[in-house]
Structures are given as structure tokens and as C-alpha cells.
Design a protein around this ligand. Structure first.
Ligand code: ADP
Length: 582
């Protein structure tokens, strides 16, 4: 259980000054808190023996007041330093976690679901932060403060009475230990169930249109209810143990009081201690309740913190399956891209999704990538983006194996526009500025013209400032694609990849965009994957993929002579277009 402090030692070492200060002031505050009960006993003894003068009473009362003020000030100091430490730890671990998320590849996101990751970044971080605040407080109070109290009772009043009143303590320690283990197990389960629930909510909200369209509301609701029930049951299981803490403590504390009062009275009658001593002793026993509680709370907080820290560390320690090279090669610009006999299968699949791909691209060329759905077009781009490990063969940029280039460098060259673009729930301007953070409105309008978005932006209620809603819900599919395109244009990348990014715009708009594209990207490399072959006819080279292999390749004219899938598909699409026009 105490391993959680060990696991967090990097944090405590970094903030050792803060924690030393907090702990020392906490101990000082506790020590000062020990004086008033003695003052009370002292006053009572003087009352009993009728030796209390007005002068003495004034001194006692003034002393009392001074102690209260000093105690208050020091308590403020430890409370502030200790609990702000917890907030710092929470911020620190959250930053670590988000940095980690940003470095992770699709394999990681395949393993962990979004809802679960959200649970880890919220609830679990809170539980960890508690260890650095409340955990440290209860640790100090249940050890140092308890010993100080016991020493005060033993040395200044009576060891016999103290030991007798403390008999229930070891029993309590044993029971608390048992509770602690149960809490750890149940809390871990409850947190995992919460993660699953989060995920369910996310999926239901994201998939609401499909759920409605397939009239699955009832099933979804039932399923959701079952999940909520699971979370409920698991949290109830935690609450049950939590609820047993306090009554158990109360019984044991009550027992201490009974012994203290009973045996204490006998000692007063035997003249071993004074009446003032007995009153002080009982006040001390009352003060002992908190450190005893603190033992329980300490176990509780540490077990939760430990369970959560394990969950968060499991995520943070997940090694990205694509790593930066140990000694990266610096390449100043992109003059070629080569795929040398590239084969690839996704982790966990047996068949190759790409086989023996051979492709040479020179700076300034436009490459068309076509083929049926599932033929491997996106996979080819993902490999260029280095999203997956385990590539057989070689992918080279400017004659350097991409494995020897840093991921940041590769990605800084590439502007990738996937079919399902990601829109952030910000304004259109901010969404486009993602490609270039300091882009001016003038530049934005220029790329919007290239992406054929100018007429649309005029229709949007607040123009560039229009908020697009979560995942761009207020925009149509075609509009989203064109905003994503503008975002890539403004980056003006060395390598632009349009991965079926024009699928939702009509043919006329598409041909206008392609025209702009040709003009704009004269000296830069562009990959275009498309279903509509009209989007690639102008390309310098076109590859046709079939089951991960290059089935045909050449220019549009060459492929048209081939009598293969390309020609057949092209002619079919021309016919379809004519039908639409007529
Ligand atoms: P395209 O872009 O041509 O439609 P993809 O490159 O997306 O095709 O997919 C090629 C093949 O790889 C398909 O059979 C698909 O099922 C498979 N595939 C795609 N992504 C994954 C993945 N993450 N894990 C396993 N298989 C995948």
C-alpha cells in the first residue's frame, strides 16, 4: 500500500522543499494543539484546590488565545502547501498523460477505448492527487501526531491509564488492513466499469443517427441500463466497505473512552492522578479520534491512489510501436519518395494488406492511387506517415529510409487529408489555422478559394467565425471536406495526400478544385486517392491497387489502352455522369 509513495517519489523529490515545509508546519501545529488540554487540566486542579487567582486565570486565558491564533496561522500554511501540492501533481500527471496520448499510434488507440482513457485522465488522476494531499496529511497525523498524543498522555498523566485506553488500537489496525485490501480490489473494478460506461455514452452519442435510423433506441437504452447497473453495483460494493469504516472506528473509540473514564476514575480515587489530569486525559482521548480515523483514511486513500496510479502508469508505460530512430538522419528537403518492394500486414492480421509495392515518385509529381474499396490505398499512405511498425521492404524519402527520419520531420512535410476529416468544435478560421497557426485572413481566403469554399463561407451565419460544432456537425459532408482541404493547402506541405478527400463534393466542384490543385502544387508532390477516376486523369502516374498489389500502372492514356479495371471503371463512370446530366 505504501508503494504508492515510492511510485510517486519522483514527484516528492522534485517538491521536497514544499513537502518538508508542509510536514514541519503540520507537526508544529499538532504540537501546539497539545498544549490547551494541559492548560485546562491545570486550571481545573487550581479550581479544585482553590488556588486559582484572577491573575492566574488571565494568564491562562491570554495564553489560550495566543495559542489559538498561532495554531490558526500555522494550520493555514500546511493546509495551503500540502493541498496545492496535490493540485500540482494532478496537473503534472495530466500533462504527462496528454503528451503520451499525442505520441501514441493507432495500435494504442485500438487497444484502449476513448471512454476508458477519459476515465483515466479524470477520476484516476483525482485519486492519485489525493495521495499527495490528503494521503500525506493522514500519514503524518496517524503516525507523528498519534505518537505525540500518546507520549503526552503517558508522560504527563499516566502510562498505565494510557496503555489501558489504547488496547483497542491493534485490533483496529488489523481490521483496517482487511478493509484496505477489499477497497483496493473493489475500487479497481468500479473504475474499470466507469471507463466502460464512459465509452458507451460516447458511442451512443456519436452513433445517435445510426441508432435512430435503425430504430435501436430501446436496445441501446437497455444495454445502457445494464452498464449503469454494473457501475452502480460496483460502486455500492465500494460504498459498503466505506460505510463499515466509520462505525467500526466509533466502536473502537467508544471502547477507549469507556476504559479511559472507568479506569481513570479509579486512579483519581487512588490519588494516582488528579482530577485535572483525568479531564486532560479525556480531552486527549477525544483528540485521538482523528489520528485513529486517519489510519483508516490513510489506508483508504492510499489503496485508491495505488489502484489508480497502476491504471495510469499502465497507460503511460505503453511503448509506442513506432519509435523515433536513435540517431536520426537530417534531410533538408524532399526530392523523392520511393517504395521499394513494400509489403505490410496490420498487427494481428495474417494476410498482407499490401504486397510488393514498387513506386518511385519525384518532387513535383502527382500520383493517382485508385482501386476498389479495401484495396490498400489508405494503408499505403499510413505507412508513409509511419503510423504502423513492421513494414517489410523500404520506404525512402530523399533516398533515406523513413525509419532513420524523426516522426516529427516526416509529419512536418506531409499534409494528410483523410476521407473522414476531423473537425474541431471551433470556428472555421481556427479549423483552417490548424495547418498554419499564424495564417492571416487574407491567406485563409486564398486557400478557401482554392478549396472552392468561398460561396459557402458567405452563406455561413458568422463567416469565418462560425463555430462548426462538435466534429463539424453544422457543416455538410462536402463542406467539411473542403475545410479540411483548405487546412492542408494553408500548410503548403512538401507532400500533400488527398485520401478520397473529394468524395462528398460534386463532379463540377471537384474538377475546379483539381484545376486549382494542379496550379498550386506545380513543384510539390501530391498523392490523390479517389473513387471517381476523373480526379486522377491529370496525374503523372497512376497506380491501380487490387488486394494490396499494383495491378496496373501508368498515365491515364496508357491505362486506357490497357483494357483493364481502370478503363472499364472510367468508361462506366463517364456513362453514369452523362446519365446524371441528361
Ligand atoms: P482502401 O483505402 O483502399 O479502401 P484500406 O487501406 O483502408 O483500403 O484497407 C486495406 C485492407 O486493410 C482492408 O482489407 C481492410 O479491411 C484492412 N485494414 C484497414 N485498416 C486496418 C486495421 N487497422 N487493422 C486491420 N486491418 C485493417
Amino acid at each position: 500500500m505504501f508503494q504508492v509513495f515510492k511510485k510517486l517519489d519522483w514527484f516528492f523529490k522534485h517538491y521536497w522543499k514544499r513537502y518538508t515545509f508542509a510536514i514541519i508546519s503540520l507537526i508544529m501545529a499538532s504540537a501546539i494543539g497539545l498544549i490547551p488540554p494541559r492548560l485546562l487540566g491545570f486550571a481545573i486542579d487550581h479550581i479544585q484546590f482553590e488556588t486559582l487567582t484572577a491573575h492566574l486565570l488571565t494568564i491562562i486565558i491570554v495564553g489560550y488565545l495566543v495559542l489559538i491564533i498561532v495554531h490558526y496561522s500555522i494550520s493555514f500554511l500546511w493546509d495551503y502547501t500540502l493541498f496545492s501540492g496535490a493540485v500540482i501533481l494532478e496537473r503534472w500527471t495530466r500533462t504527462k498523460l496528454i503528451d503520451h496520448f499525442l505520441r501514441m499510434t493507432p495500435t494504442f488507440y485500438g487497444k484502449y477505448k476513448t471512454g476508458d482513457l477519459m476515465a483515466r485522465s479524470t477520476n484516476d488522476l483525482k485519486a492519485i492527487a489525493q495521495t499527495a494531499g490528503f494521503g500525506v496529511l493522514t500519514l503524518v497525523d496517524s503516525t507523528t501526531f498519534m505518537f505525540m498524543l500518546i507520549a503526552m498522555m503517558g508522560f504527563t498523566i499516566s502510562w498505565k491509564l494510557t496503555l489501558a485506553a489504547l488496547i483497542p488500537l491493534p485490533i483496529m489496525a488489523i481490521i483496517m488492513n482487511k478493509y484496505g485490501a477489499a477497497i483496493h480490489a473493489r475500487f479497481t473494478e468500479a473504475q474499470a466499469a466507469f471507463g466502460n460506461l464512459n465509452n458507451e455514452v460516447l458511442e451512443s452519442i456519436r452513433g445517435i443517427r445510426v441508432i435512430r435510423a435503425f430504430v435501436q433506441e430501446k436496445q441501446d437504452r437497455n444495454h445502457f441500463e445494464a452498464m449503469t447497473e454494473d457501475v452502480y453495483q460496483k460502486n455500492i460494493a465500494v460504498a459498503k466497505i466505506d460505510a463499515m469504516f466509520e462505525p467500526t472506528m466509533k466502536i473502537l473509540v467508544g471502547l477507549s473512552y469507556t476504559i479511559g473514564l472507568g479506569y481513570g476514575t479509579i486512579l483519581v480515587f487512588q490519588n494516582v492522578i488528579s482530577l485535572g489530569d483525568l479531564v486532560s486525559f479525556n480531552v486527549y482521548l477525544g483528540m485521538l479520534i482523528w489520528p485513529m480515523f486517519a489510519v483508516g483514511e490513510l489506508i483508504n486513500v492510499l489503496q485508491r491512489g495505488n489502484a489508480s496510479l497502476d491504471r495510469v502508469n499502465e497507460t503511460i508505460n505503453y511503448e509506442a510501436d513506432v519509435q523515433n530512430p536513435i540517431s536520426p538522419v537530417a534531410v533538408s528537403h524532399v526530392y523523392s519518395i520511393d517504395f521499394h518492394d513494400v509489403s505490410f500486414s496490420y498487427p494481428g492480421t495474417k494476410v498482407n494488406q499490401l504486397e510488393h509495392i514498387q513506386l518511385q515518385v519525384k518532387k513535383g509529381q502527382t500520383i493517382g492511387v485508385v482501386g476498389k474499396t479495401g484495396s490498400g490505398k489508405t494503408t499505403l499512405f499510413k505507412l508513409l506517415l509511419r503510423q504502423y511498425p513492421g513494414v517489410k521492404g523500404k520506404i525512402m524519402i530523399s533516398d533515406v529510409d523513413v525509419e532513420n527520419l524523426t516522426l516529427e520531420q516526416i509529419r512536418s512535410w506531409i499534409g494528410y487529408v483523410p476521407q473522414d476529416q476531423i473537425m474541431f468544435s471551433k470556428s472555421v478560421r481556427e479549423n483552417i489555422q490548424f495547418g498554419k497557426s499564424d495564417a492571416t485572413d487574407e491567406e485563409i481566403f486564398r486557400v478557401m478559394e482554392l478549396a472552392h469554399f468561398l460561396t459557402d463561407i458567405k452563406q455561413l451565419p458568422q463567416g469565418l467565425d462560425t463555430k462548426v460544432g462538435e466534429s463539424g456537425v453544422t457543416l455538410s459532408g462536402g463542406q467539411k471536406q473542403r475545410v479540411a482541404l483548405a487546412r492542408a493547402f494553408i500548410k503548403d506541405p512538401e507532400i500533400l495526400i488527398l485520401d478520397d478527400s473529394l468524395s462528398a463534393v460534386d463532379g463540377k466542384t471537384e474538377s475546379k478544385i483539381i484545376e486549382h490543385l494542379r496550379e498550386e502544387r506545380k513543384n510539390k508532390t501530391t498523392f490523390i486517392a479517389a473513387h471517381r477516376l476523373s480526379a486522377v486523369t491529370h496525374a503523372d502516374h497512376i497506380i491501380v491497387l487490387e488486394d494490396g498489389k499494383i495491378a496496373e500502372e501508368g498515365t491515364h492514356e496508357e491505362l486506357m489502352k490497357n483494357n483493364g479495371w481502370y478503363k472499364e471503371q472510367y468508361e462506366q463512370q463517364q456513362l453514369d455522369d452523362e446519365e446524371v446530366i441528361s
